[in-house]
Design a binder for this molecule. Sequence first.
Ligand code: KIV
Ligand code: ZN
Length: 528
Amino acid sequence: MTVPHVRIFDTTLRDGEQSPGATMTSTEKLDIARALARLRVDVIEAGFPAASPDDLAAVRTISEQVGMFPAPGSGLHEPPIICALARASRADIDAAWEAVKPAARPRIHTFLATSELHMLHKLRMTRTEVLSKVADMVEYARSLCTDVEFSPEDAGRSDPAFLYEVLALAIRAGATTINIPDTVGYTTPDEFGALIAGIIENVPGAKDVIVSVHCHDDLGLATANTLAGISAGARQAEVTINGIGERAGNSSLEEVVMALHTRAPRFGVGTRIDTTQLTRLSRLVSSVTGMPVQPNKAIVGANAFAHESGIHQDGLLKHQATYEIMKPETVGASHTSLVLGKHSGRAALAARLAGMGYRLDDGALARVFARFKAIADRRKHITEADLEVIVREDVPEADDAFSLDALHVGCGTLGMPTATVRLRSRDGDIRVQASVGTGPVDAAYKAIDTIVDAHASLLEYSVHSVTEGIDALGHVTVRVRDRRGRVFHGAGADTDIIVASVQAYLRALNRITAMYRTEGSRDEAHAV
Ligand code: KIV
Ligand code: ZN
């Protein structure tokens, strides 16, 4: 008997990127898209091309580099579908098509709101106008691309009878997937399951297309709602890694996939995800977006497989299944596996990185190798988790406005923590500043503020160790707000957490100054 297949539609690069401060560079998006293809997701929603020429270019690059061939090592015979989002307008749909058309399996995803609230106050359109726009725009998208998805935004709060009408029209106009978003995370699992069942039952043509679900987590119900939708017959789930996304986020890929996997007889459906890559993907997305994963997060949190109480430990020793419903290996959580040491050469490093999916050019490999050697001198074994942060966060970017040249701090119980920071500008200028602060990190950040003059305020600072042990790499994540209220993140890693803190802060300020540069507002980045 073949198990029905639920398609996993990953929207980390689109809805996920809408999390405040989670903006990613094109290179970071490409890295994540490659990793998603190796994870064997069915669809990658790569972005919203109408947002800017940069967004269009990033989606196009993913179409060309990830959407043309099956992912190496994935065992699949076809590449993932590459999808781009478009509002229901010709200009947006044209931009989406421009971005996905190089892919072997392109998809255009267009949407229009259908709740009274959205139609009245946001769109200022009548029901009749919405119906006609949906028909026109789906038909237009279908004239360009054979795979078209339509979403009635705020479906969770829409009048079901009107929703049926809209969806029937979208299917008649050529939509091949109809996606039902609970845009504001308002519904409960029983309501959402009933909504999906009602659509499949009442919408003409619904049984001939894929019905999809897209749930937000405002009430913490996104995963439960997604699973209720699947139980009611949905065959595509829109999810993000770590559940990142607009406001409280989306349904998390790892939770949905592992629920279907662990409770297979209960759901009776399967996915083709390689679950052993879930932990790696989680770390990658966390480091790229600067959004740490809470320790008690299901599936991928640091404590997800930690057993503290004596009773639990005793039970586990007697039989693993007493307190573990999944094995850590199933989700790739054995992050302490040894990989390399200080005697490992550049070729061994390159081979290991290739196994992790990183293809670095000679310049990048040389920078990573230099950092690897410096850390391997201080830390006996470098694990895959260490390598991941070294590659992602520990190596200066070629176009960084400032990089750390030297740091000295004085602190302790006698008061007046002091930091002297020496930064090198992109032009090679050296600037030195000393400051006093409430602690060594505060003192160092004050010194950097004086040199960089980016007018940023620190919103969040967090530090955790990458692996166990006193010599572990400390991983620091910061979020800062620029003078226009935009949020940027930065991360750094080092065995010295003050150094890691300085790298993280500089990375965030470099993102701000890079943004000012691309916007052409040199006044605001006058220190660069
Ligand atoms: O939450 C939402 O409604 C969306 C749509 C664009 C699918 O993200
Ligand atoms: Zn959404």
